[in-house]
Each structure stands twice: as structure tokens, then as C-alpha cells.
Ligand binder design. Structure first.
Ligand SMILES: [Zn+2]
Length: 486
């Protein structure tokens, strides 16, 4: 029997605010334990939460970008459960009346996995709602004890729940990457999985192909990188398939990804919604979102990655692949555009960015924002190749030095005497030198071994330390040797 994969993803994105969702405590990452807390986020009796307006704006912004309907009336709810990192004994979330519903995300699938709409597949967004994060239990280095850090308690989250429209691990990863790109473009979340500001909990099940009803699903937790998302899902689907093939039954439960053992292990039986005894949060008034607020937020929406990609292909005439690479981050896209403004040859700029620049950045683990070469200098370097000041080969050397020192290309070229030799007299002298030095090769060439031309060009370039204009060297060698050819 063949099985079909059914995946839905729950993503928790930490909204980028300076303070927490219901109090004024800082959300900064990395502070000492319990230094960013107050009676509200510690769950002291008698305190009252007040909604951070910025959280609402960022949530609406995200909802709009995900094509959701923004509810004119929504409400917070208490989700009740007991855990040491949850001081109130409940989490303030949204349940029956979430802020955003009925949206979708369009995902470009890897080649050969055509979706409904060519390479693009539309994945439904069931809902996106605001909630507060819980604290963190620390066990490391402690024997028979745990410590609780409540700095995260009350940090604003947007929980984004997809429909179970995803049909493979690759689709799930593509969805997650696309969603992260959008959140980062919107500047609502920094997208950092390692620091926990983006967390992903896949629901996975299998069903016989052709069956309408979904199989029993398992939820995965504790995944903190894209690589692990992929591995964890692949492992879990293999596990479920084995259970089914052996005539067993998949149990509805929550499993944890164990990074060391590279397997999923049972965490707890899966709760149903009623286990949480949701009820409306009495300490917060229902949210009435006026139309003008939505329109105001809509005006702040930036150009999103897919629109930017299309525009790059259309306006700059670069291949789709280049456009995909250049739009992976807003900063990289801007860098490209500023370069092209100063040096209007988009494909050349794109080639240099995608090979030389990205290689250096990757090697040093840097982001484009920390690039030591400002775009106008980068364009300046390309101009120097164009006007014949330096050869393309020398330009790579100059580029490396620019990257290392942050200096301008003119300075480097002048100081190191890298200006290209285009003067016919100077090149002729070098050509003569080489022809004198290799009488045997010259004889072979004369006998018809014309592929030796490359050898002579190489020798001249070497003697000029790469500075001779290769076009001129070629020309001159051909005419000199041509006269000798039988
Ligand atoms: Zn607080």
C-alpha cells in the first residue's frame, strides 16, 4: 500500500517589540535570569495585563501579508495548564476569535514537484493569533533540581497555523523558509531559530493514497534549526510508515526531536483542546479593530520577496535563479539595486555578487549588512574593468583586498601598480621576450600546432604579472606568429 504524507505546520514567531505583550519589561535576548520581569509577567495576584499596541500592529501587518481576513472583533482567551515555567497557571492566547484567519502563502516548490499552479503551490493559513510566551526551565549543570528563568514569560508571539495542505517534507521546508523570509522582510520577527524567535511544530500523519480521512497525527516539538526540521520530519514519517506496515496503529501524541540520537521520542499523549479549559480572558477587553487602523498598517507593507523577485527578472532582465538568490534578504536586494544604479549592467553586477561577494561573506559568516565594501565602491571596481584600467583577473585580486581592508579600488590599484598595460610598445616588448625564450615552441607553432597560442599568451601575462591587456596580447602574438606560420 502507498501512503500519502499530510503535514500541517504551527509556527511561533516572536514579534519584534522592545517590550513584552502585557507589561513594560524588556524583550532583549541574553540578559541574566529573571532580570527582565515584573509583577505582571511573574503572575502576581491582583495585577492587570495591558495590551502592547505595537504587538497588535505587527500582528495585523503579518496577517495582511499572509492574505488573512483581519477580524474586526477578536478576543483573548486563557489556556490553562500547569508547568513550572508558566507562573499564572495559564497562558493568555486567542482561541475562538483569533485576530487573523483564512489566509494563504504561495510557495515555490523545488523543480520536479509541480504544485497546483506550476511551480507555485498555495498553502492555506488557517489562523494567526497573538499570545504570550512562557518562561524557560533550566536543567543543565544542576543535579536533582531545575531553575526557572522567566525573562521570556510575556514575550509576544504570533502563532501561525497552516492548513494540512502540505504533502511532503520538501514542501514543509519550502513553506517554512518562505514564511521566515516574509516575516524578516516585514521586519516583524528576526527569524532566528537558534535563539528561539522562530519555532516550528509540525503535525504529521500518513493515509493510504485515495483515502479522504486523515490518519492519526503526531506533533513534533523541540526543533530549532531548518536542518533539524527536515531530519525530524523524515524520521517521524519513516517511523509512522513502519508502524502502519506492520499492522500497528499510530498513537496521537507529542514527540520530541532528540538531536543526539537523531530520532523522535514520546513526550506526552496529545491533549485535545478541551483539556486546556479555554475561556475568555476577563482581564482584557475584546479587541475592536477599526478599518482605518488596518488601512494604516497596510500602507506600511513593504514589497515582499515574490514581488521583488518578479520585478528583478522583469526590470533588470536577470535569470530567475539570480533573482531568487538576490532577494533572499532585503539587504542583499538593496545592495544589488544600489550597485546597478551606479553601474547599470545588472547581469555583471549579479555575477560578481553571487560569486565573489557571497563567497567571502559566507566564508566569514557575515551578513550583507556587515559587508566591508559599500555598494558604490563595488560598482567603482566594475567600472575599472569596463574602462580598461584593470583586467577582470586583477579585479578579483583588488576585490579581495577591498574586502579585507575596506579601501577603495582606485587606492589599491594605484598603490600596488595594478593598472592594466594596454600600451602597444610595452606589450610588444614582453611578446618579443617570450618568443625569444621559447624557440622550440615557436617552431612547433610554425609546424601547425596552433593550440600553443594559449601557452604564449599565458607566458606574456605571467611576465606582466597579470597586468597586460589580454585582448591586446592575443592580437599581437597572433600577428607576430602568423607571419612565421608556413
Ligand atoms: Zn513584566
Amino acid at each position: 500500500m502507498q501512503y500519502e504524507v499530510v503535514v500541517g505546520l504551527e509556527v511561533h514567531a516572536q514579534l519584534k517589540t522592545a517590550s513584552k505583550i502585557f507589561c513594560g519589561c524588556s524583550t532583549k535576548f541574553g540578559a541574566g535570569p529573571n532580570t527582565q520581569t515584573c509583577p505582571v509577567c511573574l503572575g502576581m495576584p491582583g495585577v492587570l495585563p495591558v495590551l502592547n499596541r505595537r504587538v497588535l500592529e505587527l500582528a495585523v501587518k503579518t496577517g495582511l501579508a499572509l492574505h488573512c481576513r483581519i477580524a474586526p472583533y477578536s478576543r483573548f482567551a486563557r489556556k490553562n495548564y500547569f508547568y513550572p515555567d508558566l507562573p499564572k497557571g495559564y497562558q493568555i492566547s486567542q482561541y475562538e476569535l483569533p485576530l487573523c484567519e483564512h489566509g494563504y502563502l504561495e510557495v515555490a516548490l523545488p523543480a520536479g514537484q509541480a504544485g497546483v499552479n506550476g511551480r507555485i503551490k498555495r498553502i492555506g493559513i488557517r489562523r494567526a493569533h497573538m499570545e504570550e510566551d512562557a518562561g524557560k526551565n533550566l536543567h543543565e549543570g544542576l543535579e536533582a533540581a531545575s531553575h526557572v528563568d522567566l525573562n521570556r514569560a510575556g514575550v509576544p508571539l504570533l502563532e501561525i497555523v497552516s492548513e494540512p495542505d502540505i504533502r511532503s517534507v520538501d514542501e514543509a521546508v519550502a513553506y517554512l523558509k518562505t514564511l521566515r523570509d516574509i516575516l524578516v522582510y516585514l521586519d516583524v520577527c528576526d527569524g532566528n531559530m537558534e535563539e528561539g524567535s522562530l519555532r516550528c511544530e509540525p503535525n504529521l500523519s500518513l493515509r493510504p493514497i485515495g483515502q479522504k480521512e486523515f490518519g492519526t497525527r503526531v506533533e513534533l516539538k523541540n526543533i530549532n534549526s531548518f536542518r533539524f526540521v527536515q531530519k525530524a520530519m523524515e524520521y517521524e514519517l519513516r517511523r509512522q510508515e513502519k508502524v502502519l506496515r506492520e499492522g500497528g496503529r499510530v498513537v496521537q501524541e507529542t514527540r520530541l526531536w532528540n538531536t543526539e540520537k537523531e530520532m523522535t521520542v514520546v513526550m506526552r499523549g496529545k491533549e485535545e483542546a478541551h483539556d486546556y479549559r479555554y475561556f475568555p480572558e476577563p482581564d482584557l477587553v475584546p479587541l475592536m479593530i477599526p478599518k482605518d487602523l488596518i488601512e494604516e498598517v497596510r500602507k506600511t507593507l513593504p514589497e515582499l520577496p515574490d514581488a521583488k523577485r518578479e520585478r528583478f527578472v522583469r526590470d533588470y532582465g536577470i535569470p530567475v535563479y539570480d533573482a531568487e538568490v538576490l532577494t533572499t534578504s532585503k539587504d542583499l536586494a538593496r545592495y544589488f539595486e544600489v550597485c546597478v544604479e551606479a553601474y547599470p549592467q545588472p547581469k555583471t553586477v549579479s555575477n560578481w555578487i553571487m560569486t565573489e561577494l557571497l563567497r567571502e561573506l559566507k566564508a566569514g559568516g557575515r551578513q550583507i549588512a556587515d559587508c566591508p565594501i559599500p555598494p558604490d565602491r563595488f560598482a567603482g571596481l566594475l567600472k575599472m574593468i569596463d574602462n580598461g584600467t584593470i583586467s577582470g583577473k586583477i579585479a578579483k585580486t583588488v576585490f579581495e583586498e577591498m574586502y579585507r581592508t575596506g579601501r577603495s579600488p582606485d587606492e589599491i590599484v594605484k598603490e600596488r601598480g595594478l593598472v592594466q598595460i594596454s600600451d602597444a610598445g610595452a606589450i610588444e616588448a614582453l611578446v618579443e621576450e617570450v618568443l625569444q625564450a621559447y624557440p622550440n615552441e615557436r617552431e612547433s607553432y610554425r609546424q601547425g600546432k596552433s593550440q600553443l597560442l594559449g601557452f604564449f599568451v599565458g607566458q606574456v601575462m605571467k611576465r606582466s604579472q597579470g597586468k597586460a591587456n589580454p585582448g591586446k596580447v592575443n592580437e599581437l602574438l597572433k600577428s607576430k606568429l602568423g607571419g612565421e606560420k608556413k
